[in-house]
Design a protein around this ligand. Structure first.
Ligand SMILES: C[S@@+](CC[C@H](N)C(=O)[O-])C[C@H]1O[C@@H](n2cnc3c(N)ncnc32)[C@H](O)[C@@H]1O
Length: 254
């Protein structure tokens, strides 16, 4: 056990639009001594970090690991021994496919005080900024949030796509762009019709937000043809059709 001087705050930075960042998160960035941040945190939110703070990039993007998970946790433990306010800043919400749970467990085991500050997850915000509500009384009364990143199967139980196809009217997939061919095939095997609409939203809530809309049958080929890339959220289900009516009233970026 260490003798910590300070506390680690696991802060969700939200999906990008600085207007979606919490007041609590902003106050912590302004008072932080150290900020350890991830790759998907937007530049406008990084600009809120106190100039007096030490800012450390622990960013990880697909195939480009800049810091190992164990090293990041060790760094947080060390910084909490010498600094009062240590912020671990993560894209979206720290507890939604953000490894926040694992980091918090390790800090608690090391005797370091730690607190989570939730953020708006991209799986909710990116569809909203594309004009897609995840539930709607006419079309969907259930939503599943799921990872499409299969190499993490080592840590999580394998996703049962066929069961999801049968149990959820809206499916929101994180990290799924590179596995769409396999995912759509399994969803179809589970009973989803090939004409089921699907929307991909890349860099949701940011000025460079991009969208690609298709069906279960077409989307994997569309991704190949257009070179559409991560980071993106995939939304599957009848709610995607509402985009035609709602997209004209999209939120304005702050
Ligand atoms: C490691 S997960 C982190 C999720 C994050 N904790 C959250 O709550 O949004 C990374 C994935 O989140 C999704 N993502 C994060 N930010 C996004 C954004 N602004 N637009 C679309 N997808 C985003 C993408 O699927 C990306 O591959």
């Amino acid at each position: 056990m260490v003798q910590p001087l300070g506390k680690v705050y696991l802060v969700g930075a939200g999906p990008g639009d600085p207007g979606l960042f919490t007041l609590k998160g902003k106050a912590l960035l302004e008072h932080a001594d150290v900020v350890v941040y991830d790759a998907l945190v937007s530049p406008q939110i990084l600009a809120m970090i106190s100039p007096k703070a030490e800012a450390i990039n622990a960013g990880k993007r697909r195939g480009r690991h800049s810091m190992l998970q164990e090293d990041t946790t060790q760094l947080l433990i060390e910084k909490a021994q010498t600094h009062a306010v240590v912020v671990r800043l993560k894209g979206g919400d720290p507890f939604v496919f953000g490894r926040g749970g694992e980091e918090m467990e390790d800090l608690v085991k090391a005797g370091v005080p730690v607190e989570v500050v939730p953020g708006i997850t991209s799986g909710v915000a990116a569809p909203a900024y594309a004009g897609i509500p995840l539930t709607h009384r006419g079309y969907s009364s259930s939503v599943t949030f799921v990872t499409g990143h299969e190499s993490v199967g080592k840590y999580r139980p394998t996703v049962n796509w066929e069961a999801i196809a049968q149990s959820s009217e809206t499916i929101v997939i994180y990290m799924g762009v590179h596995n769409l061919a396999a995912i759509t095939e399994q969803l179809h095997r589970g009973g989803l019709p090939l004409e089921t609409p699907i929307a991909l939203v890349r860099w949701g809530t940011r000025p460079d937000q991009q969208e690609l809309v298709g069906t279960l049958a077409t989307i994997a080929q569309q991704v190949q043809d257009t070179g559409f890339d991560a980071p993106a959220i995939a939304v599957i289900g009848k709610v995607v059709n509402l985009q035609a009516t709602l997209a004209a009233s999209r939120p304005q970026l702050l």
